[in-house]
Design a protein around this ligand. Structure first.
Ligand code: PHE
Length: 336
């Protein structure tokens, strides 16, 4: 009987790990066949005890070897099979997205670079000359007030720039015309933070200086920009305005993309959205920067990136740009 069991065990087969475990229970488990035979050993006549004992040990060893081998084969097989299952979805890693302000700035830079504008930058901590004086601000102009400007120390000459027009001055001081550049950057104004205003925001400034640059060039450049940015059907209008550093000055509006110029909640029922200030560079500014105002003329414009991003993506609160709430930022994953 023991011999028969040994040959039976040598031929055992299991097609998975569960079957191998069932065999272990059947032969080696606490109530299995082999422990039962060991229990019977006491009934074996004394003269046979030696032979039977040796056979039982062989049986037990054989059973343990065969069943362990079966189990190991299936355990190894199971894990390599799941590791190689190419139909399982891959592990995904969270990827970031560009900030909406970067998306809009990049698009503005790209449109003007197609017209031959290069990009330049200037310091955020500026002096009075580059932010105000060179730009023809009269000494008593309200923009110099503590109201609008952040000063860093008690020294009224050191301040955070309130507009990127300061970069115009730096570029004109260093370069003779022709100049055709845009200046994206961060600006600072001491304003109460609300849904519509923030003390930090971003602008893109543009400057074009050469011989015979006219207001028609300005208008055509801005029309091209508006169509590229907002779409072929957009219309623009220029309203007279005032800036100390441009003469004449204008404010540019685009027709509202939501109502198509007819008036809606977004454009406050006028059909028009104001997007930038612009004008012909004042001859005083050219002279302040060492450029011959008899020979050269030019135009400048400046727009707020937040405002344009709010119009483009219909964002109702400017503070969202600075909170870095991923639920807000994630919405721009698929944007260009
Ligand atoms: N610097 C102006 C502002 O901050 C915008 C502007 C730039 C206007 C260039 C005219 C020319 O609002």
């Amino acid at each position: 009987q023991i011999e028969e069991l040994i040959s039976e065990i040598k031929n055992l087969k299991a097609s998975n790990a569960e079957e191998a475990e069932a065999l272990r229970i059947k032969y080696l488990g606490r109530k299995g066949l082999i422990p039962a035979l060991f229990d019977d050993f006491k009934n074996v006549p004394a003269e046979n005890k030696k032979a039977v004992g040796m056979a039982l040990n062989t049986l037990k060893n054989e059973a343990q070897r065969v069943i362990t081998e079966l189990k190991e084969a299936h355990e190894a097989g199971a894990s390599s099979a799941s590791g190689a299952d190419l139909t399982l979805p891959g592990t995904s890693f969270p990827i970031g997205s560009r900030h909406p302000l970067s998306l809009v700035r990049n698009q503005i830079v790209e449109i003007f670079s197609r017209l031959g504008f290069s990009v330049a930058e200037g310091p955020e901590i500026e002096d009075d000359w580059h932010v105000f004086t060179a730009l023809n601000f009269p000494l008593e102009h309200p923009a110099r007030d503590m109201q609008d400007t952040f000063f860093i120390t008690k020294d009224p000459d050191i301040l955070l720039r309130t507009h990127t027009s300061s970069v115009q001055v730096r570029v004109m001081e260093k370069t003779q015309p022709p100049i055709r550049s845009i200046f994206p950057g961060r600006v600072f104004r001491n304003e109460a933070i609300s849904a519509r205003a923030h003390c930090i925001f971003h602008q893109v400034e543009g400057l074009y200086i050469d011989e015979n640059v006219s207001f028609a060039d300005l208008k055509q450049t801005l029309l091209y920009f508006a169509k590229e940015f907002f779409g072929e059907n957009v219309e623009i209008r220029l309203r007279p305005s005032y800036f100390p550093f441009t003469e004449p000055s204008a404010e540019m509006d685009v027709s509202c993309s939501i109502c198509g110029g007819k008036g809606c909640g977004v454009c406050k029922h006028t059909g028009w959205l104001e997007i930038m200030g612009c004008g012909m560079v004042d001859p005083n500014v050219l002279e302040n920067c060492g450029i011959d105002s008899k020979k050269y003329t030019g135009f400048a414009f400046g727009m707020g990136i937040e405002r344009i991003a709010m119009l483009k993506y219909q964002i109702k609160d400017i503070r969202l740009f600075f909170e870095n709430d991923v639920r807000f930022l994630e919405q721009f994953k698929s944007a260009i």
